[in-house]
Design a protein around this ligand. Structure first.
Ligand code: CO
Length: 134
């Protein structure tokens, strides 16, 4: 059985959060489900619900944010995929044992009070992967 239970969200880096929200509303009638400043990552997020998953629009609010540095190099667009897991710590330990490079050695608190950990794209074929435990 897969430890990936669902796609929790697709993280998308944008420069103007309000303009992006307005665009999704104008184009698709989509509405913001949740907004939060995630201080540990230096980003503001807006979650747009799609079925049981989210589009996570992200914008850095400080140049010190890792996302600001990422966007300097890569610009706007898809940034990471968040997978829903039953137990973040268990999955994280497993992938470490199996040789995956990780960004977070230990699970930490993400948005909406979730528990999250990131895998480094270097050993996951170019995709930044976030494990999300609700
Ligand atoms: Co995320």
């Amino acid at each position: 059985m897969s430890s990936l239970h669902d796609i929790d969200h697709v993280g998308i880096a944008v420069r103007d959060l309000d303009a992006t929200i307005a665009w999704y509303q104008q184009m698709f009638g989509a509405e913001v489900h949740h907004r939060e400043r995630i201080e540990s990552d230096g980003v503001d997020e807006a979650l747009i619900k799609v079925a049981d998953s989210y589009i996570q629009l992200l914008t850095p609010y400080t140049d010190a944010s890792p996302l600001a540095k990422y966007m300097e190099k890569n610009g706007e667009g898809i940034h990471h995929v968040g997978y829903r897991v039953g137990n973040c710590e268990e999955v994280l330990e497993h992938v470490k044992v199996e040789g995956a490079r990780v960004v977070d050695e230990h699970p930490r608190t993400g948005s909406r009070g979730t528990t999250v950990a990131f895998l480094h794209p270097k050993t996951s074929f170019g995709t930044l992967i976030e494990l999300v435990e609700e």
